[in-house]
Design a protein around this ligand. Structure first.
Ligand SMILES: Cc1ncc(COP(=O)(O)O)c(C=O)c1O
Length: 435
């Protein structure tokens, strides 16, 4: 197949580097992608943290195919189709508790984040807390690429060149190699870092702060596992100061930690949850915000014939996405994939930590079926070692990895077996020292 690669402007990519040495995949089944020549590539990253049920799951594929032939599209504003309502109900069955009674659908994690931020801000206005207009995020956080998401996010490169929301502040990140390098699971040190939220509260006044958003376990920024007690402390502070707590679970949702959401894993309950990716096992773009009844109810104070939230997307709860959601959640439940991830997580932890002592590795972090392997940066060339390991892995060892700078992020589909984990670790043992 000869493909002209020039005209696609690829997202978050080194376009010229890619086009000089392309990495293309054309098919996928189970734990493997296939290159154009048919070579199998082991998926160490569930695509992009999303194909939790593995690739080409028959039940999910059939549900999408059937739905495509039945109803292509129904308007989402002031109209609906039954599957959208069923999708909301099914999704909420996975919520941490019965307070979560409403789901708002989007088409991506970024849209879910911006939707949640708007819902939080509007909620404070409806309650009469008209000064609560500040949003707080965390340094190094990734909340997608909308203007809201990059403003509360904490990655400088994602903000460069763009005007940001003004009413935003940040607390410090939890990353600390000196104290926590090579922690297995949640680090012992660092719960007091949650108190940085108190600093921000003191600076602005609690009566000015609408919400705090955080990834319970940060993925895209290089796998940052929350220290023991940290999220509990964040929850206490938010409750005490009447600040909404938003968990951005775009990566942690749908079994990544062996539970439906990280909220259940950590036993910490937020007020709003954003999700996407595993929501449809990556098959059809979709995101969602899970909303507590109290928040939804605050919006129901006007005329029943008036719009209650001036926000939404043409494709909110698209029929195909709704079908994919319902089928994906059924597969997760019927095949016991969350439990499987939970059972496999200790093998995963031991296997990954066996890489300790390998040249260049300065930290290994893990939880559930996620791991981050931080490599020492080359002098004056941050990111170049990560890029070389990533490309070597794909071209010469048929392993799909993900990099953030010099940190490898691993998150295989939840169907991964011990042999797949062994294969990943064996390849890494071989290639990391070479670079
Ligand atoms: C925590 C978090 N929030 C939001 C997003 C953005 O999701 P999307 O790329 O679907 O817009 C991501 C993507 O990786 C994410 O990890």
């Amino acid at each position: 197949m000869s493909t002209n690669l020039e005209h696609l402007w690829m997202p978050f990519s080194a376009n010229r580097g890619f086009k000089a040495e392309p990495r293309l995949m054309n098919e996928a089944k189970g734990m493997y992608y296939k290159k154009l020549d048919g070579t199998k590539v082991l998926d160490g990253t569930a695509g992009l943290w999303c194909c939790n049920a593995g690739h080409g799951n028959d039940k999910i594929v059939k549900a999408i195919q059937d739905q495509a032939g039945k109803l292509d599209f129904a308007p989402s504003f002031q109209m609906g189709h039954p599957l959208a309502f069923e999708a909301a109900e099914k999704l909420l069955e996975l919520a941490p508790n019965n307070d979560f009674q409403y789901a708002f659908f989007t088409n991506s994690g970024s849209e879910a984040v911006d939707t949640a931020l708007k819902i939080a801000l509007g909620y404070q206005q409806h309650r009469g807390n008209t000064d609560k207009t500040i949003l707080v995020g965390r340094e190094r956080a990734y909340h997608g690429v909308g203007f809201g998401g990059i403003s509360v996010g904490g990655l400088p490169m994602n903000k460069k060149h763009f005007p940001l929301l003004e009413n935003v502040d940040h607390i410090c990140s939890t990353h600390n190699l000196e104290k926590n390098a090579f922690s297995k699971g949640q680090p012992e040190w660092g719960k007091e870092l949650a108190d940085d939220l108190l600093r921000v509260i003191e600076k602005h006044g609690a009566d000015k702060i609408a919400a705090f958003i955080t990834e319970p376990l940060a993925g895209s920024t290089g796998v940052l596992v929350p220290p023991k007690g940290y999220l509990e402390r964040v929850r206490d502070i938010c409750t005490k100061h009447d600040i909404l707590l938003i968990f951005d679970e775009v990566i942690t949702g749908f079994g990544r930690l062996g539970t439906p959401f990280a909220a259940q894993y950590f036993n910490v309950e937020p007020d709003l949850i954003t999700c996407a990716k595993g929501l449809t096992s990556g098959t059809i773009p979709m995101g969602a915000v899970l909303v507590k009844k109290e928040i939804y109810d605050a919006y129901q104070d006007g005329d029943a014939k008036a719009i209650d939230l001036f926000h939404g997307y043409t494709y909110s709860a698209h029929p195909m996405a709704s079908a994919a959601l319902i089928a994906s959640l059924e597969v997760y439940t019927d095949d016991g994939l969350f439990e499987q991830a939970s059972i496999m997580s200790s093998y995963w932890e031991d296997a990954l930590h066996s890489l300790k002592g390998t040249d260049h590795i300065i930290d290994i972090r893990n939880l559930g079926l996620v791991a981050g392997i931080e490599m020492e940066s080359r002098e004056g060339k941050p990111g170049s070692r990560g890029y070389d390991v990533f490309t070597d892995g794909f071209h010469n060892h048929n392993l799909l990895l993900r990099i953030t700078g010099d940190t490898l992020a691993l998150s295989p589909p939840l169907i991964a077996k011990k042999e797949h984990i062994d294969q990943i670790v064996e390849i890494l043992k071989n290639i990391i020292p070479k670079h």
